[in-house]
Unconditional design. Structure first.
Length: 379
């Protein structure tokens, strides 16, 4: 029997990423995607759109799905993803992407690497040798870009993780160690990190910091005693932060419009989605309730038809088309970080996240006179 809730999510994800990947596999991404919005960023837009689309798509590509219609879709998209990696990294391709200059490519090379980490079998493990070599060279070329003392440290670390997953022996352990150690020193308490020395009221703990921190330690956490201890702390902090995100979802599916990069829309809930995917929700937070909360956010954003242009490309804004909310570094490609909310599609349909009965999430319970557990803090 088809899971209607899951199909709603899958249809939404594929609607978002389809223009990007279908254009890229035909070597038409540079010529077909809108590049006029903040046109001075046009050179970076294709890699932004591709890396960020893959970030959210990867767990579904990696998932074991029983025979049926969804399995057929998945198999087709697996092949599309592999072709897209080829087109993006082949110097002879019309859609060969910039990985090594201008600063921004480090960011989206890292998002692409995060996809490899999330789908090591179906992405990294299935690349033809020629494509694997091209991809590894593209990743190495991003090392020319220097990261600032901010969430960018995780970009340098994730690139090295991508090389590791590809089987490259020259991955740089020090770049990984530096990010892991530095952010432990930037922990501010109660589940949040500074983006550098200072705390910022934005969603970068969810856009970048905690999802990458958790997955880097999942990958390397057993390689040293120092990391094993850190892995436990980071997991507890991430679960707490996921709970905070859940309580920020209002009864109508809206959420606080706060901080920079808010045009990434429901990508703001990546860490909540990742906690659900990895079965790391805190006690008292049910998977089905999280599903209902995130579904409400999806529906709230997607109900405004101005979210997409006439050709199906994303447009800047939170609720529809609101270009004034986009910082100067944001172009159309940047917006595809919203795909990060779809991580739970990596769970099987029988998982409680998908199979559980609908239930209210925290704010909806409270504001309808219901009852939830008292909140708490973590060190």
């Amino acid at each position: 029997m088809e899971n209607i809730k899951r199909k709603e999510w899958l249809d939404a994800m594929l609607r978002i990423v389809s223009p990007v990947l279908h254009a890229l596999e035909k070597e038409e991404l540079h010529t077909s995607m809108p590049l006029d919005f903040h046109g001075e960023r046009a050179d970076f837009a294709p890699l932004e759109a591709f890396g960020r689309s893959m970030l959210g798509l990867a767990p579904w590509l990696e998932a074991k799905i029983p025979d049926g219609e969804e399995k057929k879709q998945q198999e087709a998209w697996r092949e599309t993803a592999l072709r897209c990696i080829d087109k993006a990294t082949d110097p002879a391709s019309a859609d060969f992407m910039i990985f090594s200059s201008g600063g921004q490519p480090l960011v989206d090379t890292a998002f692409l690497c995060h996809a490899l980490v999330r789908a090591p079998g179906q992405l990294a493990g299935r690349l033809p040798e020629r494509v694997r070599r091209n991809l590894a060279q593209a990743l190495r070329s991003s090392r020319q870009i220097t990261a600032g003392s901010s969430n960018w440290l995780f970009f340098t670390a994730m690139v090295e993780a991508g090389l590791y997953v590809l089987g490259e022996e020259d991955y740089d352990k020090m770049r990984i160690a530096y990010a892991l150690r530095t952010f432990d020193g930037w922990y501010k308490g109660d589940g949040v990190y500074g983006d550098g020395e200072m705390f910022h009221w934005d969603y970068y703990n969810s856009f970048v910091i905690q999802p990458m921190y958790v997955d880097l330690l999942e990958l390397f956490g057993d390689s040293a005693e120092e990391y094993r201890h850190l892995k436990e702390k980071v997991a507890v902090r991430a679960a707490r932060y996921a709970s905070v995100l859940e309580r920020m979802i209002a009864p109508d599916g809206s959420f606080p419009v706060i901080g920079r990069s808010i045009c990434y829309r429901f990508g703001a809930f990546q860490m909540l989605s990742q906690a659900a995917l990895q079965h790391r929700l805190e006690d008292g937070l049910s998977p089905a309730g999280v599903r209902c909360a995130l579904t409400a956010v999806l529906r709230r954003c997607l109900e405004n038809r101005d979210m997409f242009d006439e050709n199906g490309w994303l447009r800047p804004g939170v609720y529809g088309y609101q270009p004034e909310l986009a910082e100067g570094y944001i172009n159309v490609g940047s917006l595809y970080l919203c795909s990060a909310v779809f991580l739970p599609l990596g769970l099987p349909a029988e998982d409680p996240f998908w199979s559980g009965e609908d239930e209210d999430w925290s704010s909806r319970r409270v504001w309808s006179g219901g009852h939830i557990a008292i909140d708490h803090a973590v060190d």
